[in-house]
Design a protein around this ligand. Structure first.
Ligand code: PRX
Length: 635
């Protein structure tokens, strides 16, 4: 990849043009350098978006862990691969070298094998941000098992839905987790989830908070004694390029969560390439991404991308405000962080606090600041730039998705001039375009439209687990021969992109994707609720917050509204998790509907956002009178 460490704008354009003129050559050259292939590919790319079918590096054989660990041993054996910073700052940080990572991943892989896990089996990982999370993920990849990491903030119901959807044989969890001053009973959540999961034969339990927990005979096993008895050598399973590496669930606008399937070779090449260029990674850098490995950002840019480059990747167990709001900056100073990658919601929360929390610490090691997960507003951008980067570290506003596997649109730091709130230019190999509502491509600059991608890239998801039709319908039917992202975007006079937000019924709250339908389904389970509709409204820290319009059954009308609100949020917490709780709940006698019975969310969104000067066309409404009632009672 040394050919492609882009250092200035002209070089970016040269590489970009090359990548578009001849994508196969471009991606072949990148794959040829620096990776270990057990067998070379026969064909770089075959694709057909109408099926859709995409194959990269077909015929190649490899194991991604050999690329992320083994090949660094000779030159970087003692270098820190994973730097674990615990929740409690008085607990010592743990430096796991590449040599130690090799031993620990192999031990874990041998445990998986002993427990009957084979190539292609699905393993659910439900762990806090402790080293075992990265290690178990890599151990699955070592033996060819497909990992499905579920963010440990999801509820038992959300966990069991995901376990059942991909028929996981095993769950890896811990006795509990720390979250700032609190502890969370993770094992209790797993026990509850597994009441509904007959597919799970084994639960491996890591010890983290050392509390008494229930261990079910014949199913649950403590992890550590098994690891202690396992060999530190484990031959990697040889995988085909297109064998699935992992499943990761993301919310859709309707129905159950979508298990996005990522495959091995293309994902590896793309995450390695983008990590190196998006963060301008250099050998002795200490890179920190604050995401959780339960999200795609953690998969691609805590685990696979950094380790494929032999980097030092920091894993932080805690939260930004424990013991106080200076924790992030204390960590930056302590470990001399060079690249820092976080979400706008965190930046906004930090910006609200006293600047003393920032100014107490030496942040001069920082070279690149990243942002991901939602649009970054102007104010947050400038706060980040001025107070954290001291106007010296470029901000890379990286746009991408669980489905894209890696960063798609982003400045290349020190090469692309940044522009606040703009994700700027596509990565080499990425061909974005804007489409209008009639399916026409919008040419030229200073335009806005729906963001699509015209050509495949190596790390795109290949399917939705168990539902290829849904994959096609969601991403490939809106516009012929294009991948539709679900986002709207602007393109400015120089061709920079600015992502404006979702154009479907997905709402991004604190950087988390939430589909409206599953939340509405849970609310409707309350016995006093007849119907509900959820929309997003602007929130100064979360980006968006959730506003619920709820129609009560007769039985609910006499109840205390505040108690009902609490119960509704309790149901949402049980079904999905606390991240999906509603900020505001308005009870109403009706919802604005079209004659075909569709809820007009556009109107509800405007009312919730206090933007009622122009409600747009309401002529197709079946019940226009309800709009006034809702406006009169808005919260
Ligand atoms: O709407 C876009 C928003 O997050 C969505 C993808 O969410 P998820 O699959 O959870 O992945 C998040 C981490 C990659 C996108 O469709 N999004 C992500 N990054 C940005 C963004 N919106 C604006 N600017 C970004 N930089």
């Amino acid at each position: 990849m040394s050919n492609y460490h882009i250092k200035h704008l002209e070089e970016y354009y040269q590489v970009y043009r090359k990548s578009v003129r001849n994508p196969e050559n471009f991606w072949e050259e990148i794959a040829e350098e620096h990776f270990v292939w057990r067998k070379r590919w026969d064909k770089v790319l075959s694709w057909d978006f109408s099926k859709p079918e995409v194959k990269w590096y077909e015929g190649a054989q490899l194991n991604i862990t050999e690329n992320c660990i083994d090949r660094h041993l000779r030159t970087r054996g003692t270098k820190t691969a994973i730097l674990f910073e615990p929740n409690d700052p008085s607990e010592e940080a743990e430096h796991i070298s590449y040599q130690q990572l090799y031993a620990r991943v192999n031990q874990f892989a041998n445990v998986l094998k002993e427990q009957g896990i084979q190539k292609g089996d699905r393993v659910c990982i439900y762990l806090p941000m402790i080293p075992e999370l990265a290690i178990s993920t890599l151990a699955c990849a070592r033996v060819g098992a497909i990992h499905s990491v579920v963010f440990a903030g999801f509820s038992a119901t959300a966990l069991s839905t995901r376990i059942n959807d991909s028929d996981c044989k095993m769950v890896i969890t811990s006795d509990g987790s720390y979250r700032g001053p609190k502890t969370i009973d993770l094992k209790g959540i797993v026990d509850e989830a597994l009441e509904d999961c007959s597919c799970v034969a084994t639960v491996l339990v890591a010890k983290r908070i050392h509390t008494d927990i229930n261990m079910k005979d014949g199913r649950d096993q403590w992890l550590q004694p098994l690891l202690d008895n396992a060999s530190t050598e484990c031959e990697p399973e040889i995988m085909n390029a297109e064998d699935p590496l992992f499943i990761l669930y993301t919310s859709g606008s309707t129905g159950k969560p979508k298990g996005m399937v990522h495959t091995t070779a293309g994902y590896m090449v793309y995450t390695a390439f983008t990590f190196k260029n998006a963060f301008q990674y250099r050998e002795n850098d200490v890179y920190w991404c604050t995401a959780d490995i339960g999200w795609i950002t953690g998969h691609s840019y805590i685990v696979y991308g950094p380790l494929a480059n032999g980097a030092t990747s920091v894993m932080f167990e805690g939260v930004p405000n424990y013991p106080d709001w200076g924790r992030f900056w204390e960590i930056v100073e302590k470990h001399k962080i060079t690249q820092f990658y976080t979400a706008p919601t965190a930046i906004r929360a930090l910006a609200k606090e006293n600047l003393d929390f920032v100014e107490k610490y030496d942040l001069s090691s920082l070279k690149v600041l990243g942002s991901v997960g939602e649009p970054i507003n102007d104010e947050a951008w400038h706060w980040y730039d001025g107070n954290i980067g001291k106007k010296k570290s470029p901000i890379i506003d990286t746009w991408w998705q669980t489905e894209t596997g890696g960063i798609m649109i982003s400045p290349i730091p020190y090469a692309t001039p940044t522009k606040p709130t703009y994700a700027t230019l596509p990565f080499p190999g990425i061909q974005p375009t804007l489409m209008d509502e009639n399916g026409q491509e919008i040419k030229g600059n200073q335009v806005d439209g729906r963001l699509c991608i015209k050509f495949p890239w190596p790390s795109m998801a290949r399917t939705i687990w168990g539902n290829h039709e849904r994959y096609r319908d969601t991403y490939f039917t809106a516009y012929k021969n294009m991948y539709f992202t679900g986002d709207g975007a602007l393109r400015d006079e120089v061709g920079y992109y600015r992502i404006t937000g979702r154009v479907d019924d997905v709402i991004i709250v604190s950087g988390h994707n939430l589909g409206t339908a599953p939340i509405e389904d849970s609310i409707n389970e309350h016995q006093a609720v007849a119907e509900s509709a959820i929309v997003g409204f602007p929130h100064d820290i979360k980006g968006n917050a959730l506003y619920g319009y709820v129609i009560l059954k007769e039985t609910g009308e006499s109840r205390n509204p505040d108690n009902l609100r609490k119960e509704i949020n309790q149901i949402i917490t049980e079904h999905i998790g606390p991240i999906a709780k509603l900020d505001k709940i308005q009870f109403t006698s009706g919802l604005p509907k079209t004659r075909s019975g569709k809820i007009m969310r556009r109107i509800l969104r405007k009312i919730a956002s206090n933007d009622t000067n122009n409600l747009g066309d309401t002529s197709t409404l079946l019940n226009p009178e309800v709009v006034q009632e809702i406006m009169d009672n808005v919260l």
